[in-house]
Design a binder for this molecule. Structure first.
Ligand code: NAD
Ligand code: WQD
Length: 350
């Protein structure tokens, strides 16, 4: 069975993907600096498997450390080799992701996201591991609200976070120019991942005040503090912005399919949108959350948020055809699972 290094493995998307990798029989070497997560997520993953009478004790290893330190990454490759489980591929989630913070601390973002990725890629090369799935974002696109965004849409990020994602994409593009490189690379551009594992045991656990709408909706449903809806004068059916929300377990499945595709195929680089292709407004999301969970989500309208765009929806046809991936979960299921996570762990992984 294949051995996979998962950077950012204790984070929101990383932990759900570790779960899916283990479910598919992969051995997982998870690494994380814990700057925005808790290693308890992995304990809960073990608990889910235990509740299903599945023993994963030798299949999931965790190493705390920072991808800005190449020696640390090399150590993981060497350890895996010593354990006779050489790393076959990497899924690279580790990075900082708060758009507003990236404007205030751009160097921090370049150091973590770009220098960290550079170290990882260099270490991969040194250890002869050339298969990588990279977490990119719809934020790399030059936004145009008219159509579904396809992968050949123009690229033009508008904040340092987006610039760092594009810089890593460029780095990955460049290394494929080396004919002897033999790299197999999948760049996945996620739209808006939300939800949680259906058990409610793992979910999104932001250590700082959340900026994304879904954890804010969950908090508002829980505390009854009013959330602010940014703008009700957008040219949409109800005046609020449209986004493409995708269930985190569907996203995790996209990673497994991308990894599997790379491992089975020849050297190449693929860039794929991961979204449902369906747009929902902020009010759709709030109403669906209320109806699905029978709770109220108090809100008020506020000014538009700077940097927001009216509509962002994925053309996901490439991921569907190349990976045979298809999102299976509805907006309602995303809301049910997210609320279950909150009620199972009201204080997150505390
Ligand atoms: P997250 O913060 O929950 O996970 C990222 C993980 O990386 C965290 O556990 C953090 O502790 C770790 N990390 C950060 N810097 C590190 C470093 N230098 N060394 C080691 N570990 C480090 O975020 P997430 O939502 O799970 O996002 C995962 C990836 O997907 C990120 O790269 C993010 O940019 C990307 N992404 C996320 C979204 C989203 O909306 N959640 C959308 C598009 C892309
Ligand atoms: C969604 C909608 C807001 C908060 C961001 C990043 C992007 C990607 C995903 C990482 C928008 C509205 C929000 C609130 C609101 N992340 N909103 N009140 O902006 O689509 O994308 O996360 O790669 O890079 O930019 O997601 O969840 O912040 O906002 O009304 O308190 O919710 O205006 O329409 P966004 P979001």
């Amino acid at each position: 069975m294949k051995n996979i290094l998962v950077t950012g493995g204790t984070g929101f998307i990383g932990s759900h993907t570790c779960f899916s990798l283990l479910s598919e029989g992969y051995n997982v070497y998870a690494i994380d600096s814990l700057v925005n997560s808790s290693k308890k997520s992995l304990l809960y993953i073990e608990e889910i498997f235990r509740s299903r009478d599945i023993d994963i004790s030798n299949k999931l290893r965790f190493f705390e450390g920072d991808i800005r330190k190449k020696d640390f990454i090399n150590y993981i490759f060497k350890t895996a080799l010593k354990e006779k489980k050489p790393i076959d591929g990497v899924i690279h989630f580790a990075g900082l992701k708060a758009v507003a913070e990236s404007v205030i601390k751009p160097l921090n973002y370049w150091e973590n996201n770009v220098f960290g990725s550079y170290n990882l890629i260099k270490s991969m090369k040194e250890n002869n591991c050339k298969t990588i799935v990279f977490s990119s974002s719809a934020t790399v696109y030059r936004f145009s609200s008219d159509n579904l965004l396809s992968e050949d849409n123009q690229l033009k990020p508008i904040n340092p976070y987006g610039s760092t994602k594009l810089a890593v994409e460029n780095l990955l593009n460049d290394i494929t120019q080396d004919a002897n490189g033999n790299w197999k690379i999948a760049i996945l551009r996620y739209f808006n991942p939300i939800g949680a594992h259906e058990s409610g045991l793992i979910g999104e656990n932001p250590l700082n005040k959340p900026n994304n709408i879904f954890p804010i909706i969950i908090n508002s449903a829980y505390t009854k503090e009013k959330l602010k809806v940014f703008g009700n004068d957008w040219p949409t059916k109800d005046g609020t912005c449209i986004r493409d929300y995708v269930h985190v377990m569907d996203l995790a499945d996209g990673h497994i399919k991308a990894l599997d595709f790379l491992l089975r195929n020849k050297t190449q680089l693929i860039k794929l949108n991961i979204g449902t292709g369906i747009g929902h407004s902020v009010l759709d999301l709030i109403k669906t959350f209320e109806n699905a969970n029978n709770v109220s989500v108090p809100f008020e309208f506020d000014e538009r948020r700077e940097g927001d765009v009216c509509q962002l929806v994925a053309d996901n046809s490439k991921a569907k055809s190349i990976l045979n991936w298809s999102p299976a979960k509805s907006l309602k299921e995303m809301c049910i699972d997210g609320w279950k996570w909150k009620n199972t762990n009201p204080k997150g992984y505390m």
